[in-house]
Ligand binder design. Sequence first.
Ligand SMILES: [Zn+2]
Length: 395
Amino acid sequence: MPDIYGIAAEFRRQLLDHDRAVARELIDYYGGVYRRLQQQTDSLMRQIADARERGEEVSPAWLYRAERLRLLQDQVQAEMQRFADYAGDQITEAQRAAVEMGQQHAEQLALAGLGEPPPGVIVTWARLPRDAVTDLVGFLHDGSPLRDLLDELGPEASRAVRDALVAGVATGQNPRVIARQIRQALGGNLVRALRISRTEILRSYREASHRSYQANDDIMEGWIWHSAKDRRTCMSCIAMHGTKHRLDERLDDHVSGRCTAIPLTKSWEEILGSKGRDIQETRPQIELGADWFARQPEDVQRAMMGPAKYAAWKSGAFDLEDLVGRTRDPRWGTMRHERSLRDILGEQAGQYLDPVRRAAVEKAAATRAAGLAAAGRRAPEQAEARVRRPRSPSP
Ligand SMILES: [Zn+2]
C-alpha cells in the first residue's frame, strides 16, 4: 500500500490532469475562433495591400471609412464573447469537479495520515454541506463573478486589435507585420483565459480540502508543508518542507508551485482522551527540509542554492529559513518566494557574488579560447587573426 506521500503525489497528478484536460478544451475552441478571425484579418490585409498598390493613402482615416475597422472589431468582440461563454461554462464545471475531488482527497489523506485505528474505534469523517462550498464555483478569489473577468476578454481583444491596426497603418507597416501584431494581441487572450482557468481550478480544490479539514477539527490538528524536494525545488520550498501549520493557515507557495499540504492528524490520546494514551503513534513523521538539505552531498547543495548563496550559507552568513520571502497581494493574498542574496545580506552580498561573477567571466573566456584553439587546428591563419583581434581594439 502506498504511503501518505505516494497518495498525495497521486492526488496531485489527478488534479493537474484535470486542469490540463480543461486547458485542452479551451485551446481547441480558441483554435476555431482564431481561424475565423484570421480569415477576416487576412481579407482586410489584402484590402490594404491593394489600396496601396492603387496609390491610395492607407491611413487610420481609411480604416474608419467604410467601417473597415469597426467590422473587424465587431467580429473580434462577437467571437471573444462566444469564447468567454464557453470558457465560463468549462471552468465552472471544472471547479465543481475540483471541489468534489478536493473533499474526497482530504478525507482519504486524513484517514491515511491517521493510520489504522485501534480495535473498537470507528473514525467518522464529516462531509461538508453543499452550501459550504457554493462560493468556490463561479467566483474568483476576491468574490467577484468569474464571468465578469472573462467578459473583459472581448472588449480588450477588440481594443488590442484596433490599436495594432491603427498603429500599423499610421506608421506604414507591411500588412504581414500588422497581421502578426494582431495575432499576438489575440493570443494574449488565450493565455489569460488559461491562467484564470488554472488558478481557479486549483483554488477551488485547495479551498474545498482546506474547509474539509476544518470541519473535522476533532481529528485534525493542522497540516505539514510538503515540497517535491528534488533539484528543481526552490530553496524557499525546501526551507518550508516539513514545517507544521495550523488549520486556519493556507499553503501560500508561489505561482506554479509544486508543494502540497499533508494532513496532520491529532494523536490518538488527543482524539480518544485517556483511552488513547498507550496507543502507538501512527502519524507520519516528516524530516524538516533544513535537515534533509544539510545531509545532501556538497555538489547537490551547491547546484540547488547556486554558488554565491552556497558560499554565504557555508560561511554561516544566513540560515536556511532566511531564504523564505513572503509578499502580500491585495487580490491573491500572501505568496512565498526564494529571496535573493542581496535581499538577505544587503551590501555584504557582494563579497559572495563578485567572486562567482569573476569565475563565470573567466570560465567564459577560457571556453572561448578553447574554441579558438580548436578552430586554430583547422585553419591556423584565420584563428590567429581572431585571437589577435581582442588585443588590438583599433584596427
Ligand atoms: Zn518553491
